[in-house]
Design a protein around this ligand. Structure first.
Ligand SMILES: [Zn+2]
Length: 113
């Protein structure tokens, strides 16, 4: 269950950011997660909620923005796919490379003094 590692990493970043801004509370966290990370949003939220108990991020809302797979095709350029693929979603060609969809980063944090 690798969501646990991810959840604790997010919490760490959120808490240090809150600390740096002398904020008492983290109210929400916007997260961009590539579909290739195979993270269950519900699982991640649950674990985060559990880990954040008793910290400045207790009760913070975790907003997870899914990033689709980015496919670069030699014939028709860049398009997006819902999961890993060897085939261009547009022209069904096979000359593709997957160049995105594995992000894992915090887009923004809402904090309160
Ligand atoms: Zn194509």
């Amino acid at each position: 269950m690798h969501e646990l590692g991810v959840a604790s990493e997010i919490l760490e970043v959120a808490l240090s950011e809150a600390d740096r801004n002398a904020a008492k509370k983290v109210t929400s966290i916007r997260l961009r997660v590539g579909v290739l990370r195979a993270i269950e949003p519900e699982n991640l939220s649950f674990l985060f909620e559990h880990l954040a108990r008793g910290t400045a991020a207790e009760g913070a809302f975790l907003e997870i923005v899914e990033e689709p797979v980015r496919v670069e095709c030699g014939a028709c350029g860049v398009s997006e796919a819902p999961s890993f693929t060897w085939e261009c979603p547009r022209c069904k060609g096979s000359g593709v490379s997957v160049t995105g969809g594995d992000s894992l980063r915090i887009l923004s944090l809402d904090i309160e003094d």
